[in-house]
Design a protein around this ligand. Structure first.
Ligand code: C2E
Ligand code: MG
Ligand code: MG
Ligand code: MG
Length: 291
């Protein structure tokens, strides 16, 4: 057992807790290195219009190629980045890479807007706005090619700062998406004061959709239907996340969902692979019809 003083208080750590702390410090150190050594990279998951089957854009998802541990998922390292403040330089890098990619596509004649995930921690002060402004200025990216995804957790703390930042971002011409909708602990009150361009229906609501409808799947379908009406009533488009089956896609089409993203339509992939998807569509051949 070790003793650690904090604000004059002696805290006893068990061996297990010490091990957790050690691993966390190690990951923090590794993450710093990852930024310096360029071990962080993006993959892009396509998003399609359900009615027409056309590619509407993509979401940039972060990956970490760790020298010993191999590919580390964002679910593991983003929380550490958020706790240590490393999330700010990491997001700056993500925005920079995403903006450069969207502009590179445009130069190739491909119009593929990119959505980037922002953390709630960026909105305690005005970092969220500053990170995006910096990326746009440094890359010369057209703001219309950038979308930012935020989650409801944003409104738990600093709701007013968050609202101001998001309004300013929209003022720049950046689209705002509300990610994982319906899974946070927020009330719906914030929807009165802030408009979103896109609402992303969380995968947990998509899982139970499918045909034939069973008694178990009816509540999920009603919730998805209600969220769709709410979003459309507020003037937002709806993207269904995590679509894995044709049956889910069929129900979503019946419910009037605008866009779909998921393994059925395309996994997160390297930029070059997404270029191929976009090119296939531009030629009108080889595109995967979801209509
Ligand atoms: P998210 O923003 O909700 O992203 C969607 C996640 O669902 C991605 O996981 C994606 O690979 C996965 N997914 C997409 N389609 C399907 C499907 O059909 N079935 C299933 N089972 N999963 C699907 P990923 O890439 O592991 O990212 C997990 C989360 O990590 C993201 O959730 C996001 O919250 C966070 N994240 C990823 N990249 C970044 C980043 O650059 N910055 C920040 N702050 N967070 C990030
Ligand atoms: Mg997202
Ligand atoms: Mg999501
Ligand atoms: Mg989700």
């Amino acid at each position: 057992r070790a003793k650690a003083g904090g604000r004059g208080q002696a805290v006893m750590f068990t061996q297990e807790q010490e091990e957790v702390l050690r691993l966390r410090r190690q990951m923090e150190e590794d993450l710093r290195q990852a930024l310096d050594l360029g071990q962080l990279f993006l993959v892009f998951q396509p998003k399609f219009s359900i009615a027409t089957g056309r590619l509407k854009g993509c979401e940039a998802l972060l990956r970490w190629q760790h020298p010993q541990r191999g590919l580390v998922s964002p679910g593991t390292f983003i929380p550490v980045a958020e706790e240590t403040g490393l999330i700010h330089p990491i997001t700056q890098r993500v925005l920079d890479l995403a903006c450069r990619q969207a502009m590179a596509w445009r130069l190739q004649g491909l119009e593929v807007p990119v959505a980037v995930n922002l953390s709630a921690g960026h909105f305690g002060a005005d970092q969220g706005l500053r990170l995006v402004e910096t990326a746009l200025a440094e890359t010369g990216c057209d703001p219309a090619l950038l979308e930012v995804e935020v989650t409801e957790g944003l409104f738990l703390r600093c709701a007013e700062t968050a609202r101001r930042n998001l309004e300013a971002l929209r003022g720049l011409g950046v689209r705002i998406a509300l990610d994982d909708f319906g899974t946070g602990y927020s009330s719906l009150g914030y929807l009165q004061h802030l408009s979103f361009d896109v609402i992303k229906l969380d995968r947990s609501f998509i899982l139970g959709l499918g045909e034939p409808a069973t008694a178990d799947s009816v509540p999920g379908r009603r919730i998805a239907d209600a969220i769709m009406r709410l979003a459309h009533g507020l003037g937002a488009e709806v993207v269904a996340e995590g679509v894995e089956t044709e049956a889910q896609l069929n129900v979503l089409r019946q419910l009037g969902c605008d866009h779909a993203q998921g393994f059925l339509l395309g996994r997160p992939m390297p930029a070059e692979a997404l270029s191929e998807v976009a090119r296939g569509q531009a030629e009108g051949a080889g595109s995967r019809s979801v209509a």
